[in-house]
Design a protein around this ligand. Structure first.
Ligand code: GDP
Ligand code: MG
Length: 312
């Protein structure tokens, strides 16, 4: 009917627009205290942003996180600016009574939706509404082997025979209704490869049994291609990650890693741990999808709920 129209020129226009405007991307880390959340925030930034910032071998202890705390860096690549914000949260689980330990975190997530909504319903809207909504929530789980092994030293409290703790299940169940949850197995360097595989499978089973839909949610696959790609990711979730904020020399190169008696565990080496998979999913392959689902699904249901409330 039409001959060649050349509509693909729109791709260039979109690109130019994104380059001019830049975009925001917000991640949050959640989980029990001491699992390496704050370290992971540094790992994410050090691997991406400020390579030169730290001196090899220089110890800087990460203080215990006592309140929600956001760090923002602008990352620029080929003229595209990404404003990456990572929100660190205090670990829960320190108290004897962990009831409602998710309240401050859920409150924070909802507050960001509320902020966005307020801007959106103004008569004169900003051309670009500042977006502080959480696009991805990395949830740290630690599964202790049935023999109550030496990870973390909380044996007896945390041990649920290699399965997820009820607290983690409940927390993730609540979170997954309002935000994209990406579960990870923390401190994977303390697990053997067999343990990693076994825990992974058990966690997948637990999530399924309790109908907790983590990212990428099966319901939101767009088409068969999408499904095939996401199925491969779902098989690997939760990623077994290792965090580190120290750099070391390996074969003349500086790498981020944890130095042990037996060698250096390189966090960015896919042969050593799955941090590269997590990083790739979050800030490369699924970045736009995380933003889309946040906007079209999670924010949308918040918006509907809120507007219904105020119409009553
Ligand atoms: P947070 O309470 O979850 O923020 O945990 P931190 O990041 O403060 O880390 C608690 C302790 O665990 C620190 O001593 C870290 O050096 C250590 N740690 C962090 N990540 C890892 C990891 O991947 N493997 C191991 N073995 N230790 C880690
Ligand atoms: Mg911390």
């Amino acid at each position: 009917l039409f001959g060649y129209v050349g509509i693909e020129a729109v791709l260039d226009q979109m690109k130019v627009k994104t380059m001019k405007m830049g975009f925001e991307f917000n991640i949050m880390v959640v989980g029990q205290s001491g699992l390496g959340k704050s370290t992971m925030v540094n790992t994410l930034f050090k691997s991406k942003v400020s390579r030169k910032a730290s001196q090899p071998g220089q110890e800087e202890r990460i203080p215990k996180t006592v309140q929600l705390q956001s760090v923002t860096h602008v990352i620029e690549e080929k003229g595209v600016k990404m404003k990456l914000t990572v929100t660190d949260t205090p670990g829960f689980g320190d108290q004897i009574n962990n009831e409602n330990c998710w309240d401050p975190i859920i409150k924070y997530i909802n507050e960001q939706y509320e902020r966005y909504l307020r801007e959106e319903i103004l008569i004169t809207r900003k051309r670009k509404i500042p977006d502080t909504r959480v696009h991805g929530c990395v949830y740290f789980v630690m599964v202790v082997p049935p023999w109550g092994g030496g990870h973390g030293g909380h044996a007896g409290v945390m041990v649920v025979l290699g399965r997820l703790r009820p607290l983690d299940l409940e927390f993730m169940r609540r979170l997954s209704k309002i935000v994209n949850v990406v579960p990870v197995i923390a401190k994977a360097d303390t697990l053997t490869l067999e343990e990693r595989a076994e825990f992974k499978q058990r966690i997948q089973e637990d999530l399924k049994t309790h109908a907790i839909s983590v990212y990428p949610q099966e319901d939101f696959d767009q088409d068969p291609d999408d499904r095939a790609l996401n199925d491969r990711i779902r098989e690997k979730i939760p990623f077994a990650v290792v965090g580190a904020d120290q750099e070391h020399q390996v074969n003349g190169k500086r790498v981020l890693g944890r130095k042990t008696k037996w060698g250096i565990i390189e966090v960015e080496n896919p042969a050593h741990c799955e941090f590269p998979l997590l990083q790739d999913l979050l800030i490369r392959s699924h970045l736009q999808d995380l933003k889309d689902i946040t906007h079209n699904v999670h924010y949308e249901s918040y918006r509907v709920r809120r507007l219904n409330e105020s119409n009553r």
